[in-house]
Design a protein. Sequence first.
Length: 702
Amino acid sequence: MMPDLDRRAFLKLVGGGIVVLVRLGPSPALAQFGRGYPEDFNAYLRIDEDGKVTVFSGKIEMGQGVTTSLAQMAAEELGVALDSIEMVLGDTDRCPWDMGTFGSLTTRVFGPVLRKAAAEARAILIELAAEKLGVPRDRLVVRQGVVSVRDEPGRQVSYGALARGQAIARTLGEEAVLRSVEEFEVMGRSVQRLDAVAKVTGKAQYAADIRLPGLLYARILRPPAHGATLARVDTSEAAAMEGVRVVEEDGLVAVLHVDPEMAGAALGRLRPEWNAASPGADTDGVFDDLLSRAPAPEVTGVKGDVEAARTAGTPVLESTFRKGYVAHAPIEPHAATAQLKEGKLTVWSSTQTPFPLRDELARTMGLEAERVRVITPYVGGGFGGKTAGRQAEEAARLARITGQPVQVAWTRAEEFFYDTLDPACIVKIASAVDGDGRITLWDCDVYFAGDRAAEIFYDIPHTRMRVFGGWMGPGASAHRFAVGPWRAPGANMNVFARESQIDVLASEAKVDPVDFRLRNMGDERMGRVVREAAKAFGWTPQPAPSGRGWGVAAGIDSGAYVALAVEVEVDRETGAVRVERVVCAQDMGIVVNPEGAIMQMEGCITMGLGYVLSEELRFDGGRMLDDNFDTYELPRLSWLPRIETVLVKNDALAPQGGGEPPIVPMGGAIANAVFDATGERIFRLPLTPARVKEALGKRRAG
């Protein structure tokens, strides 16, 4: 947390100009994460004498476009041009405390706060202008950072002129009036991303691009398998290499050199002996292993009498769905550069959580938090995987030991080995449908996926959900590897299972999958989104399996409602699934940047192809069998279907999250389409050619 500062010290820290301070209390939107913002200066913006506006936030940019969308929000409420905004993100010395960037929370939680701050600043400036121009406030208008008298445009004063020589601080109140959708001039418009030029020209800096005088590149000795421990190591051969420095301290064994290739060569000269890891489950055996160690369940979503409905005479259809471990596999592997100078540690790190990382580094290094600074350059993809900061801790420790700045940049093999993984998980569902095509029972057990996006928006009289652990908390300790959030953590599995089972019921009732959903829909907002997706797709009702290869699925995530309609083609000889077309309809409230929202929708759909069709980490005990992209297959450009997006208008709702929702129904939609094409339902992700071929072979044999 940010140290307590009095007003004088704070203003000295941020500099001159008009400063608007934002104080946040606990946020209901963050309650699901068991944390909230402290009552501290969480965000502020500065208006300089030249009229430039600097927005400071602990949020970070990792490709999702918040640098641009947050700037649009600030510009809109201030009444300034977008190009007058400068964004400063993720610097723990310059920005107030923030919990991190994940869960699509930036737009829907921090965004409203920033808008209120900008609206408050506008009100302050209008007050100052009224005094300077000698007119009542209601006679003033603001445009492009200039306050003028209505019907007397010659009488005006700029924001820069008003700010000159003044430092006025005011805590944000609830009275700030936000602009309405009808008044928007910057929000709601597609603008070029503010980071676009830097990224396409290669000027954008990432953590591994940091260069400091005397920088050493480190390579660290890693075990051959999870659970293996170092018995002894002979470092003499590496130490004899010119310019190589060897470090052995408290289990950390590293070689360092001013040339990264020489550091890599020195790593190969280490001669370690390892105590073998204890045997464990493999890729296919992990599910039984996990079930044997599942924690006690949390019972939620109980309605009606599930036990009575199970014995009511209607056939109960039971299914078990499985998904293996999935890697984040970002373009940029974890990297950090650390420098300890005059008792202050500065770390440039690819992290989604600069402030929690700062606090963790302070504890590890035995420093006060104000003696640690974390700077977050651009992050080359995170997807939840960069909430952990092992590489930053390694760089910091080595910088202290060597007395020189040190960079730790993981190789791709290290990334696959140490990255926190999307956990393997299981979902068991028992359900029933009556003769009128109405769902009568829903009894769901979720193992290790948590309850995100598992809500039932269908109208079912008897429901129960039991959650046996998630990707954090008690459930995480059941895994042999470190697990953590992966884009919409747990939601992809939960929606795959739910929407697949809904299709099982639709097929049993011999009702078209879209009609079946609408017949049982208990949420009108979701019903509208499903109808919009079906309309854009050109859906014509027909019970599955129809042979067309059409599938539909819907989900709620990060406050946004989304429905997908897809078309697939299945090669019956090889089992390969090709997705030909995806239509995505999404209601995300007010859309700040339509083009940016569409980019996120397309990105989710593209990334979703991976966890649905190919991505699964193979392992044997603690030994990873995948350590690069030659065996761990990501979606390729040649896989991309025709993608069509529909932004369902809902301006009555504040902006909702857009970085994750469309990825959530991808598993269900594609699996349902495969069933429609082949008549075979696949209950395990990913839908690899081998698994699809095996299912089709069983059908032919039967």
